[in-house]
Structures are given as C-alpha cells and as structure tokens.
Ligand binder design. Structure first.
Ligand code: NAP
Length: 320
C-alpha cells in the first residue's frame, strides 16, 4: 500500500470482512499482493452475528460465528492482509486504478474484490422502523439476551427464522413463529427441532401487518391470509428473518446486475468490468452458506492474481 495526498494506492482492495472477504484476502495475501480489507459496518459480516455455525467443515462441534470470523481475519493477516475499519461510500469503476471513497479517505485499487454481502429484509409495515431497537430486531445473537423470560415472535419460514428462533429459546419464555403459509423453506432437521421444542409454537398462514406500541413494542396486528381475519397479538419482542437483499446499491449503473440486484459474475467471479471481481452473497442468490461464500472469495482472489499477472507480466507467488 502506498499513500500520497490523493489517497492510498493498493494492488488488491477487498470490500467486506465476512467469510468471502477474508478468504479472498487470505489468497491474495499468500500471492504477496498485500490486500487491504475494508471492513464495512459489520466486522465479520452477517456470519459474525450467528451464534453457532454447525455446517462449516472442520468444526465437528460447531463454531461461534464471531469466533470463526476472528479466525478468518487472523489467518489472512498472518500472511500480510491489512484490515482497515472503513466503509466504501462510492466507487468509480470507469477506469483503473478504481477509486473507492470512504469516510477515512480515498483508495485507488488495481483490482477490486466486492464482498459486501447482503442485509436483512424488512417487513415494511407501520411501526417497524419506529420500534426497531425497542422490541423489533433483525439479530438474535445481538438482542436475544434482552428478552429474558419475555414473549417473543419470530417472522419467517426459512432456515434463519427457525435457527434464530431456536436460539432465542435460551432466553425467552416462549417463541411464536409466524409464517405466511403452511410449508417451510427451512431444512427438515431445523423444522423437526423447532416443532419438538417445548417453548416454540407456530401461527401459520398469517402475516404481521402492524407493529404496535408507543415507547416499546406492545402488540402486533396479524392477518390470516386464508380467512382475512385480523387479531391483535401481545408480545415483547419481534424478530424478523425474511431473507436478505444484496448490498449492491453503490455499484448500480457500473456493474451488470440481475433484476434482484445481485452482481452478475461468470464462473471465474469476473464482473462486467475487467479487474472487478465479486463473490459471496453479493453475487449468489442460490447457496448463501459460509462455506460457499468462502470458496467464492478464494476463487475471486485466484482470478484477481491471474488478472494482475496478465497485465503486469510479472511472476507472482503461487496461491497454493
Ligand atoms: P429464505 O430462505 O429466503 O426464507 C425467507 C422466509 O421469509 C421464507 O419463509 C419467506 O416465506 C418469508 N418471507 C419473505 N418475505 C416475507 C414477507 N414480506 N412477509 C412474511 N414472510 C416473508 O431466507 P433465510 O432464512 O434468511 O435463508 C437465506 C439463505 O441462507 C438460505 O439459502 C438458507 O438455506 C441459508 N441459511 C442457512 C442456514 C443453515 O444452513 N444453518 C442458516 C441460515 C440461513 P415464503 O417461504 O412463503 O417465501
């Protein structure tokens, strides 16, 4: 990394510090490219907010999300990756080196690896924004503790809703999972665990239409989608796990994207702009697992290394 009055020049800039970002940084560091990782708002990404990860290979007993994130970071830094606590505000991909603006100054990158992940979706119903942090949450690991011996509702029918709902049973007196239909997207194992848990019950074919309360959450307005019947349901907590949206806003108009806003990549993690690679949830609407994201990050860095070799015509240390 070199600095001048106009900012810092780096060979490889990684946007995002989740499993994708640090796997990319590990491979780029081992190729002696001195990658810089801009952490974004959440060091370790979404995975770091997960209480236990049971399906990352190599950890037969499971591993804490934050702990796994620290291990990823430590390993990448061991080989020379540098972590900078900054978020990209805007990018200019019209020419290389690419310009990335942050609150801590500008970066100029020979190659860019976009690993900005995804953010939780909101229900977008009245009261949701006002009562976020006052009973409404999108993170069980962060906020579950505040609901000790309280009644909690979880919205969603995917792996996240059931996994996080089960996690909240550690604290809450009851966890009611509200889902808009009868079938769940969640895997069979999680469904079985949730259905058998004594603190968990279900309200199906039902949506939440309003979050009610003045200073804090007091109740939810529910609507049965089959009968249209409305009810008021008292609760202390509302955890919303209804999927994610890729964090791609700042790349709009600069990188090709799908209708849902995922960055389009080929099998080499190449985007529509040569020298810009994307990996993990920002480009993957299908798998969205820690292990698949980490694999994509590694692939992006290998391809970024080849890209730099081709344009610089220099020999760079092998990645393996
Ligand atoms: P997801 O699989 O997309 O599930 C989202 C759930 O929210 C669905 O049940 C959906 O209902 C519901 N939903 C969506 N919009 C809604 C709305 N406006 N109102 C009410 N309900 C709404 O999302 P996810 O659970 O976050 O999982 C994302 C990915 O991560 C998946 O691939 C999942 O397998 C993976 N994941 C894996 C693990 C694990 O392996 N342990 C843990 C967490 C996540 P419908 O079903 O009716 O569409």
């Amino acid at each position: 990394m070199s600095s001048n009055g106009n900012g810092k020049h780096v060979k490889v800039l990684v946007l995002g510090s989740g499993p994708t970002g640090y796997s990319a940084a590990l491979y780029a560091a081992r190729a002696e490219l001195q990658p810089v990782v801009l952490t974004g708002m959440q060091l370790g990404g979404q995975a770091a907010l997960t209480y236990t990860i049971e399906n990352y290979p190599g950890f037969p007993e499971g591993v804490g999300g934050a702990q796994l994130g620290e291990l990823f970071q430590k390993q990448a830094e061991h080989f020379g990756a540098v972590t900078e606590f900054a978020s990209a505000n805007s990018v200019d991909l019209t020419k290389r080196p690419f310009k990335v603006e942050t609150d801590n100054g500008d970066y100029w990158a020979d190659v860019l690896i976009v690993a900005t992940g995804a953010s939780p979706n909101h229900l977008e119903i009245p009261g949701e924004v006002e009562l976020t942090g006052r009973g409404v949450s999108y993170c069980a690991t962060c906020d579950g503790w505040f609901f000790k011996d309280k009644k909690v509702v979880v919205v969603g029918g995917g792996d996240s809703a059931l996994e996080e709902g089960l996690f909240i049973t550690r604290y809450a007196s009851s966890v009611t999972i509200i889902h808009r239909r009868e079938e769940f997207r969640a895997g069979q194992l999680l469904q079985k665990r949730a259905k058998e848990h004594p603190k968990v019950d279900f309200i199906l074919d039902t949506v939440v239409t309003e979050v009610m309360g003045t200073d804090k959450l007091e109740a939810l307005r529910l609507r049965n989608v089959k009968t249209d019947q409305e009810t008021i349901y008292e609760t202390d907590g509302l955890f919303i796990f209804i999927g994610h949206t890729p964090n791609t806003q700042m790349f709009k108009g600069q990188l090709d994207m799908s209708d849902l806003g995922y960055i389009q990549i080929n099998e080499r993690m190449e985007t529509s702009v040569p020298g810009v690679f994307a990996a993990g949830e920002v480009a993957d609407p299908h798998f969205r697992q820690v292990v698949t994201s980490a694999g994509m990050g590694a692939a992006a860095a290998i391809q970024a290394t080849r890209f730099l070799e081709a344009i610089e015509g220099t020999e760079i240390t092998a990645t393996d």
